[in-house]
Design a protein around this ligand. Structure first.
Ligand code: UD1
Ligand code: UDP
Length: 362
């Protein structure tokens, strides 16, 4: 009988990363099970991605919901332990850097179950980000580490992780982008939100931008200064809903706040935008691939390749409006730019090949 591989997903960025790996493994000699931890649970943060990206229905939803880091991570661990003890999978595959990722890695490691980490080796070198802690722990525990960019290989080498475990397989988030390019409809997305031809898209949810009322107020001020120049549409992550509203987010006529969008609607909007203002990890990569100028409201990025080989620039709340002015004056980047290595739509297939070989020999 073939070996069982369990994929752990739970939060929005996991879904576009897992979809191409699961699809590629469908043609291999493994049995797959998809588990949803329930870290994200709103229809627009979860189910819409399953529908739009053709992900299979999760066989199990742990329904863990929201809470503090310790609560969420602990609950996921508690519920996964029972599952792994019964199922005894040959491999657990985890994605990205969210709490569901590290929780699953900890449980598997303690039960002696091998772990594969998709998107290994990214580092912001800022441990005040919860994601950085999750990345460090997950990589340390993983048996197969799938890297999306050359800088990740360097980081893992510097941490003394054995190169035999590390595979440079490319970026599955980009597989999903490329597979869905034909579905992105700028005109429909604009019509749905009544946007003019010239607009920018914003997406902001990092604790460093939205949690503290002082940061939220600075962010709203910066966004309003951009809205003085151009229309902005902001599909708002639930994390910042209250703090940004309290800071007066809704008070500018050129700033359109929307609910979180489905994958196809969101990337359609991004594709037609003059610029994107973000603190999202995935969006830095998607804009690089689409050639859309990206201004990232963070002090550092764990995705430096989007700056050196992409359209991304780090900005502050103070200089955001000025930076947008510059981007709007310069216009779009021309087509035909070089993109990061192995961001070619085949990462899922490469990852599946390594996984099939691994489970066949362990
Ligand atoms: C999580 C990840 C972050 C990732 C982001 C992607 C961690 C530590 N953080 O952050 O790395 O960039 O997802 O979107 O794992 N909420 C809802 N509905 C939902 C989900 C959340 O209303 O479906 C609200 C709840 O009030 C919750 C808050 O959002 O407390 C934060 O959710 P949580 O999953 O803890 O962290 P994110 O900020 O979403
Ligand atoms: N996304 C989406 N709708 C939105 C915002 C984001 O479909 O309204 C997609 C987008 O493809 C992005 C992915 O969700 O790359 C994950 O984004 P998020 O910013 O939530 O997580 P991060 O990458 O910062 O961890």
């Amino acid at each position: 009988m073939s070996v069982q591989v369990i994929h752990i997903t739970g939060a929005r960025p996991n879904f576009p990363k897992a979809a191409p790996v699961i699809r590629a493994l469908d043609g291999c000699h493994v049995r797959q099970q998809l588990v949803h931890t329930g870290q994200h649970y709103d229809e627009r943060m979860s189910e819409v991605f399953f529908r739009q990206l053709g992900l299979p229905e999760p066989e199990l939803n742990l329904a863990v919901g929201s809470g503090s880091h310790a609560f969420q991570t602990g609950e996921i661990m508690n519920r996964l332990e029972r599952l792994f003890q019964t199922a005894r999978p040959g491999l657990v595959v985890v994605y990205g850097d969210v709490n569901s990722t590290v929780a699953a890695a900890l449980v598997a490691a303690k039960l002696g179950i091998p772990i594969a980490h998709v998107e290994a080796g990214l580092r912001s070198f800022n441990r005040s980000m919860p994601e950085e802690v999750n990345r460090l722990v997950t990589d340390r525990l993983s048996d197969l580490l799938f890297a999306t960019s050359p800088d990740a290989l360097v980081n893992l080498g510097n941490e003394g992780i054995n190169a035999d475990r590390v595979f440079f397989t490319g970026n599955p988030m980009i597989d999903t982008l490329m597979a869905n390019l034909h579905r992105f409809d700028v005109a429909a997305a604009r019509a749905q939100l009544s946007l003019p031809e010239r607009y920018v898209v914003a997406t902001l949810h990092r604790p460093s931008n939205v949690d503290n009322p002082g940061d939220a107020a600075e962010l709203v001020k910066a966004l309003h200064a951009v809205a003085d120049q151009t229309h902005i549409v902001l599909p708002l992550h639930p994390r910042g809903r209250n703090s940004l509203a309290d800071a007066g987010l809704f008070l500018h006529p050129n700033l359109r706040v929307a609910d979180p969008l489905g994958y196809v609607e969101f990337l359609s909007l991004v594709r037609g935008a003059k610029a994107v203002l973000t603190d999202s990890g995935g969006v830095q990569e998607e804009t690089t691939m689409l050639g859309i100028p990206c201004l990232t409201l963070r002090d550092e990025t764990e995705r430096p390749v989007t700056v050196t080989q992409g359209t991304n620039r780090l900005v502050t709340r103070e200089n955001l409006a000025e930076e947008v002015r510059g981007v709007l004056a310069a216009g779009h980047r021309a087509a035909g730019w070089p993109t990061p290595p192995l961001w070619d739509g085949r990462a899922g297939a490469r990852i599946a090949e390594v996984i099939e070989r691994f489970v066949g020999t362990h």
